[in-house]
Design a protein around this ligand. Sequence first.
Ligand code: HEC
Ligand code: HEC
Length: 333
Amino acid sequence: MKALTASVIVFSTICLTATHAQAEVRNEPIKVIEPYVSESPEKVELGKQLFFDPRLSMSGIISCNTCHNLSYSGTDNLKTSIGHKWQAGPVNSPTVFNSSLQIAQFWDGRALDLKEQAAGPIAANVEMAMPHTLAVDVIQSIPGYRSQVEAVYGTNQVTLDHITDAIAEFEKTLVTPNAPFDRWLQGDDNAITEQQLAGYQLFKQAGCVACHYGEALGGKSFMKMGLVQPYESDSPSQGRYDVTGKEIDRFMFKVPTLRNVAITYPYFHDGAANTLEEATQIMGQLQLGRNFTKDELANLVAFMESLTGERPKISLPLLPPSGENTPRPNPFQ
Ligand code: HEC
Ligand code: HEC
């Protein structure tokens, strides 16, 4: 009996090693997403509270989560976002899930990382419309935030840097590992359907993978929207050109991630495509000069559906109450 147990252990160890070895074997242009383990859970907690706190907005009703809803897709699923005083923004809100896996933030890449990015929406007039000095005053005036900043950063003088650093650390935890396609990459042949596999093969063969590659299937480069045929858009955004002013950058956009793309509709920087099928047909025509058949489209869409991963289970944070001197919100200013 003992010998049997021992051999079972040896056998299962071999099996485990074999599965592990297979994970190395599937050498594909798309890589598995790894979970993120933060070295500072206190910082993550502080960042999470700030992400959900509408007091970072002038109106007192808009938080990061308003436009990046973590209960669903990490976006607002609107064509373009609605911000302070019901103003329409010029572009579609990208998902915050897996945003840490990109080389830069925003459609035009104007922020280099998540920390730099987070300062943008707080002050942006069409988003939270909150001057940075006022945002810092608000957080500084809330005793429960002061004590957390002290614990994490060793000072009770809150700065914008603390706020954006903590939010960025929280956002790094928002990866979505273990999608069916990741399990297939790790060697589980049954993790995706035959149709999804056919879709993946076409995705590679047609050339989608030239731009949508890596862990996030995107986020690694800027590419022209409308490579083969021009793209018509009602959005004023000119992509990378708005950042560099160079003609060659006109209509260059950061290639968006296709992780969780089945739930991050509508699509493109102007939110003009409502369905994944429509977006895929447009990609085929404008980027690759190719008209997909109905079956090809269905296969590609099925493949992209296998990219919906495990979203983090987030309990709603309890926000510290305002202090006596906390500046009051101003919904109509
Ligand atoms: C009013 C809606 C709105 C609010 C509020 C908002 N965002 Fe955004 N967010 C957007 C839109 C729209 C974009 C795309 C803007 C662009 O690319 O020019 C964006 C882009 C981003 C990106 C870049 C993602 C990528 O793939 O490039 C991140 C990260 C992000 N927001 C995080 C935040 C954080 C953190 C907050 C709170 C401090 C916040 N957002 C508040 C609408 C909003
Ligand atoms: C030459 C580079 C390139 C190729 C090839 C390419 N894409 Fe894209 N893809 C982009 C860029 C850039 C965008 C963003 C365009 C925009 O928003 O204006 C994008 C956007 C998308 C979107 C919308 C994502 C979102 O969140 O808005 C989907 C879906 C998509 N691509 C799928 C595909 C598929 C499927 C193929 C192959 C048939 C493909 N792409 C080929 C560069 C490319």
